[in-house]
Write a protein that binds this ligand. Structure first.
Ligand SMILES: *Cc1c(COP(=O)(O)O)cnc(C)c1O
Length: 245
C-alpha cells in the first residue's frame, strides 16, 4: 500500500505539483483582469510566504514567481539568508514596530504596511544610500476594525502628504485588508472605498500607481475594483497552520 502510494506520487512530474497553486492563481488573476476589461499585466502577484519554509519559496521561484511577501521580520531575515543566491523581490506586508525598521529598510524592496509617520521617517532615515528608494504603501484600516492596524480613512491624506516628502521613500499607493467576508458584493464595496481614497490622493497631486488589495478569497473582487497588486498566500502554498495567521 505504502509503496504503491509513493510510487504513484513519483510518476507525477515534480514541477506540476510544485507550480499547481501558482498556476491556478495566475489563471484566476488573468480571468479577473479580462472580466474587468483590463490589460493582462494590469495587476502584479505577490506570493505571501509567511510561515512557509524557504525550500518551498525556492520551488515557487523556479516556477517563475519573483515577488514574495513576508509578515514577520525574524522569519523573513532567515529566509532571505537561505535564499540569498536567487533574486527575489521582497515585500514586507506585516505590522511593523519601530525597533524593527532597520532590517526592513535594508533588506526589502517594498513595505505595504506603513500606517504612521514615525515608522515612515525611520524607514527613510535607515534606507541605505546604495539602494534605490524604498517603495511604500500606506495601510488603510478601511473597515475600522479594532483588531487591524492601518491608518483611519480620514487620516490617509494627511499621512500621505507627509510620507511623500521623505527623501528615501517612494510612496506608491494604498494597501488594505477589508473585514473578511465571502459575499462578493460586500468584498467589492470595501475595495471600492479604498479605490475612492486612492483616487482622491491622486486628485490632490500625489503620483501613485499601486492599489495593493486582494488575497486568496477575494482577489477577483479586488481586481474588478482596480487592484494593481494582489497578495496571495494560501491559494499558492496551501493552508497555513493557524488560520488568519
Ligand atoms: C497573510 C496575508 C495575505 C495572504 O492571505 P491569504 O488569505 O493566505 O491569501 C495577504 N496580505 C497580508 C497583509 C497578509 O498578512
Amino acid at each position: 500500500m505504502t509503496e504503491g502510494t509513493s510510487a504513484s506520487r513519483r510518476v507525477q512530474p515534480a514541477a506540476d505539483t510544485e507550480c499547481a497553486g501558482l498556476r491556478v492563481v495566475r489563471e484566476r488573476l488573468a480571468c479577473a483582469l479580462a472580466e474587468a476589461g483590463r490589460a493582462p499585466d494590469g495587476a502584479r502577484l505577490v506570493a505571501v510566504s509567511k510561515t512557509v519554509p524557504a525550500a518551498r519559496l525556492r520551488e515557487v521561484f523556479a516556477c517563475g514567481q519573483r515577488a514574495f511577501g513576508e509578515s514577520y521580520v525574524q522569519e523573513a531575515l532567515a529566509k532571505q539568508e537561505a535564499l540569498a543566491d536567487i533574486p527575489i523581490e521582497w515585500h514586507f506586508i506585516g505590522p511593523l514596530q519601530s525597533n524593527k525598521t532597520r532590517p526592513v529598510a535594508e533588506r526589502f524592496a517594498w513595505v505595504h504596511s506603513v500606517d504612521r509617520l514615525r515608522i515612515a521617517e525611520r524607514l527613510s532615515a535607515q534606507r541605505p544610500a546604495d539602494l534605490p528608494p524604498l517603495n511604500v504603501c500606506l495601510q488603510v484600516n478601511i473597515d475600522r476594525e479594532a483588531t487591524k492596524s492601518g491608518v483611519a480613512p480620514e487620516e490617509v491624506s494627511h499621512l500621505a502628504q507627509a510620507v511623500a516628502r521623505l527623501p528615501r521613500l517612494t510612496l506608491r499607493g494604498l494597501m488594505a485588508i477589508p473585514a473578511p467576508t465571502m459575499d462578493p458584493a460586500t468584498q467589492r464595496d470595501a475595495f471600492r472605498r479604498v479605490r475612492a481614497l486612492f483616487e482622491r490622493l491622486r486628485a490632490e497631486g500625489l503620483l501613485l500607481d499601486t492599489l495593493s488589495m486582494g488575497m486568496s478569497d477575494d482577489l477577483e473582487a479586488a481586481v474588478l475594483e482596480g487592484a494593481t497588486l494582489v497578495r496571495v498566500g494560501s491559494a499558492i502554498f496551501g493552508a497555513r497552520p493557524r488560520p488568519g495567521h
